[in-house]
Design a binder for this molecule. Structure first.
Ligand SMILES: *Cc1c(COP(=O)(O)O)cnc(C)c1O
Length: 387
């Protein structure tokens, strides 16, 4: 096996508990396992999260939802399809007991037909666009039309009303927090329209990991839910996997200190080589040895999610070998990477190497690549198993 990913189910459940405890016991936590569980394999972690007490999971689309449903069976765990639906998905959504996020009259019409087809009611969550301009319905007349459709529906019930924040990591006093304040205000207006239309959602939700970490939205959503006689929910992904973005502005991270990464990505050395001074390494001959060196070859590259930006002279990435850093030498190739083990003793063929884990975090990889840990994690490819 070229590389593999070990998941600590203990840490995953500890992170879930940390989110639940920081969010508050009155708040429901939806565990986001979309994008194949941010590289952690949704089908491997979904049962762990379920037995750890998650009553809601969030998936990307109907296909991922069906895979997770097949693993979990039709027990009590709810699965929210978060990233839109095709109208033709509706029968599958109903058949697999999934709950879609909807925002157009056409979505509701498609769900109505699918639910009527099987003869039992389907629940949906309605997304309000409060400032992302991505998914969701605009407040005002457009929202009124959708609410009218929902209120008249025999087969579809509006179980949840939700929105998504653009700047959840921004603490009060920052420009981002003004965006959040405007979003809350629009969401409050939307909730008034919902109530006026005679619809009583059981759940309202708007925060992600950063909202839990930053805190101020949590109080807002709890209060807003209470006013409606509904339950508040947060949707956390990155936090479950043990990471958060840095908060912007004067804020104390409430969640971050309580989390630990759950994933370790490993491979094994498949080659050892001594090179003389003057030898070059890899494509483009971008690295020239200034002295004799000893190199180890790893069977992973950018095709596996070990990003090309980790190359020496670019991001200057490293791996961990027997608890110490070994630097990437030359360019990362599609399926191969060379690291420096000059002067190191007792390194042998087949030795285990940590590509991401203790000593080399998703944040490190993200820094090499000028991106966010989300993109690193969901780009990993390797066989996932519980450790
Ligand atoms: C991905 C996603 C989340 C989870 O975000 P994290 O920052 O990983 O906690 C929450 N809500 C929506 C709508 C999302 O798409």
């Amino acid at each position: 096996m070229k590389s593999w990913i070990e998941i600590s189910s203990t840490k995953l459940v500890e992170n879930l508990r940390a989110v639940q405890s920081v969010a508050g016991t009155s708040v429901e936590t939806l565990a986001v396992v979309k994008a194949n569980g941010y590289g952690h394999d949704a089908t491997v972690i979904a049962p762990v999260l379920e037995s750890g007490g998650a009553r809601w999971l969030g998936v990307t689309d109907v296909e991922e939802g069906a895979r997770v449903r097949q693993i979990l069976g039709h027990g009590g765990t709810r699965i929210l399809v978060m990233c839109g639906m095709d109208l033709s998905d509706a029968p599958q959504i109903v058949a697999h007991g999934l709950t879609p996020i909807v925002w157009t009259p056409e979505h509701i019409g498609a769900m109505e037909r699918a639910a009527r087809g099987v003869g039992h009611r389907a629940s949906v969550h309605l997304e309000i666009d409060t400032g992302m301009s991505r998914q969701g319905i605009a407040i005002g007349t457009e929202l009124d039309k959708v609410l009218e459709r929902l209120a008249a529906s025999r087969w579809v019930s509006c179980e949840g009303v939700m929105t998504h924040l653009a700047c959840a990591e921004s603490a009060p006093g920052t420009p981002g927090s003004a965006v959040t304040a405007a979003q809350r205000k629009r969401f409050a207006a939307a909730l008034e329209q919902v109530t006026a239309a005679g619809i009583k959602p059981e759940l309202i939700h708007m925060g992600n990991t950063s909202a839990v970490d930053e805190g101020s939205t949590m109080k807002w959503i709890r209060d807003a839910a209470k006013k409606l006689g509904a339950r508040a929910m947060v949707r956390t992904g990155l936090g479950l996997y043990g990471d958060t973005l840095s908060l912007e502005g004067e804020a104390t991270a409430a969640l971050h200190p309580r989390l630990s990464p759950v994933l370790t990505w490993k491979t094994r050395i498949i080659g050892l080589r001594d090179i003389p001074a003057g030898a070059t390494v890899g494509y483009g001959a971008t690295f020239t040895a200034q002295k004799p060196m000893r190199l180890a070859l790893l069977p992973v590259g950018y095709a596996d999610g070990f990003r090309r930006e980790a190359s020496s002279g670019v991001g200057n990435g490293w791996v961990m070998l027997a608890g110490r850093q070994a630097k990437v030498i030359g360019r990362v190739s599609m399926n191969l990477t060379v690291v420096d083990i000059t002067g190191r003793k007792n390194i042998a063929m087949g030795d285990e190497v940590v590509l991401l884990g203790e000593g080399v975090t998703a944040d490190d990889h993200a820094r090499w690549c000028h991106t966010i840990p989300y993109e690193i994690l969901c780009g990993l490819r390797g066989h996932v198993h519980l450790a």
